[in-house]
Design a protein around this ligand. Sequence first.
Ligand code: M6R
Length: 612
Amino acid sequence: MCGIVGYTGTRQAYPVILKGLKRLEYRGYDSSGVALLKEGKLKVYKKKGKVAELEEEMIGKEIEATIGIGHTRWATHGEPSDRNAHPHSSASGKLAMIHNGIIENYAQIKQELLNKGYTFTSDTDTEVLLNFIEDIKKNNDCSLEEALRIALKRVSGAYCILLIEQDNPDTIIAARKGSPLVIGIGKGEHFLASDASPIIEYTKEVVYVNDYELAIVRPDELILKNIGNEKITPYITKLDMELAAIEKGGYDHFMIKEIFEQPSTIYDCLRGRLDAKESIIKMSGIDQNIDQIMNANRIMIVACGTSWHAGLVAEYIIEELCRIPVEVEYASEFRYRNPIVNKGDVIIAISQSGETADTLVALEKAKENGAFIFGVVNAVGSSIARISNAGAYTHAGPEIGVASTKAFTGQLAVLMMMALAIAKQKGTVSKERYDHLLLELEQIPEKAEAILKNAKELKKIAEKYKNASDFLFLGRGYNFPVALEGALKLKEISYIHAEGYPAAEMKHGPIALVDDQLPVVFIATNDPYHEKIVSNMQEIKARKGKIISIITEGDTVCPGLSDDYFSIPLVDELIAPILTVIPLQLLSYYVGTAKGIDVDKPRNLAKSVTVE
Ligand code: M6R
């Protein structure tokens, strides 16, 4: 939530910051702004709307500077507007600051400042924190760094902040707690950003800043300190990412690029881990902790949104194959509801970004209680990856479209491999079934490719139903979570109200919605419930609902019951969700684009939810 960029060096800062903001726009896009510092003059420009509107606004403005900070916002405190956009300037006009996160006790601090005669030009918690820092600096006659340190000790909440000061011509001061910060190390220059995407074009050497750390960044110097003012040696990592991975590469949107990348991202996820011929799964995170995981009394899965749906699929699979009880929790509920977590409990955390605030805090809480955390994360080096005791990356590459697609199928592939590896060790799966499932998993990239070849069929279906006001998604068994995911995808990027349900549950309420205007999407692939789902289709047909079905090639029953259908290759029911979700991703994409929606940046959403 919110993207931040900073630069100090010898290049022109504005083009670096602007490009960086465009790359980070997935994190929030209701307003944006930059602050540039040249020869003791601090200039702040900001604009409501997407980064392109800021760019337009900047034409003809003074942009020369070799140090600057930039921000793209997802509103928390205060509506999206020019005045609430970041950077904020302090009362004296000498400081400028950008912030990603929430200052929870801002109201109290604001009142103290109001009592001292401060006035505010925005509704944001950021402006409050900035003036608080300036007030401390003035009263203590101390450096900005010292004032920041004192202020942060009073502050509760989450933040990643970048500060520049008029009287300090080449220095950016940064601090982080709960919101990510990466610093890129160049030759005589440094880059700061919420993730590595604005940095990789210039350098692959980065430092991930940890919670409660402050960075003093100059062109030739990076000083890292903890909040107690002790120096820390920066740990430099090499980025394993190419620029092409964060560009559209000829596609209209990141979302469709990412959907089409799935055959290769799933392949990358399986590569080096699964060998069906040799009948092995090698996952170091599992292999090294097998006793802990295998002997868990229960496994809890903690996640949000699409990642939570992957968790539901995993619950079905782990219980089936490993015979270990599994509970799946929304991280936002788990963190507040005083759950029973004991030493030795295994928590699987699933997250694309690895920065989701609710998931992160839930894990901190579980870890305090002695739980073992296994992270299934996409973003390498992210906070959740680092807080986990062990884990497995999904290797889907950067996911930029707000709607999660390739990360979901990557999560499923990892979770399926994990379940198979544990089941084999535990002896709860027969050799025959194990070998069969390995083979099925190995064939997934090829089958995903076959589905994508027919994407145009879904475009036609989308055109037909794009004006519907509601959709229902129904599935049974392993495909029930896929129905939830299909509904979430459609809501997110087409603004059509959609609900996902277990197909049989439909009779207990949602059937009242069915009329001749309601499209009902059935995931009705070949599995042991096929006859049951056919009965559910009959029930919808009898009430004149419009049926769109995702079926297995060669199905002779469902086409006759469906208004429209899309076939996928035959696949084992346990593995099916990795494939059945792809047509639903495509359907949403085509409905969203047919309605003229910017599917990569749908309204009100942000890719990485780093606030509660
Ligand atoms: O980065 P995470 O996987 O932790 O994010 C969780 C959700 O915010 C995310 O899946 C969200 O629901 C997506 N926009 C869904 O497409």
